[in-house]
Design a protein around this ligand. Structure first.
Ligand code: ZN
Length: 54
């Protein structure tokens, strides 16, 4: 299960992207980040965030 918790990256935000498929988590968080925070992360950067978390 891959998980991306927005709060873990310094946002006052309760958004959590969670899926068995890491690619879906990245797409979901990427969309959220742009829509809600106006920040566009590259897929590579998001992949690194998730992998670093274990
Ligand atoms: Zn957020």
């Amino acid at each position: 299960m891959a998980k991306f918790i927005c709060r873990d990256y310094g946002f006052e935000c309760d958004f959590v992207a969670e899926d068995d498929d890491i690619a879906k988590v990245i797409v979901e968080y990427s969309k959220h980040s742009i829509d809600e925070h106006g920040i566009e992360y590259s897929k590579e950067a998001l992949m690194q965030f998730i992998l670093r978390k274990g």
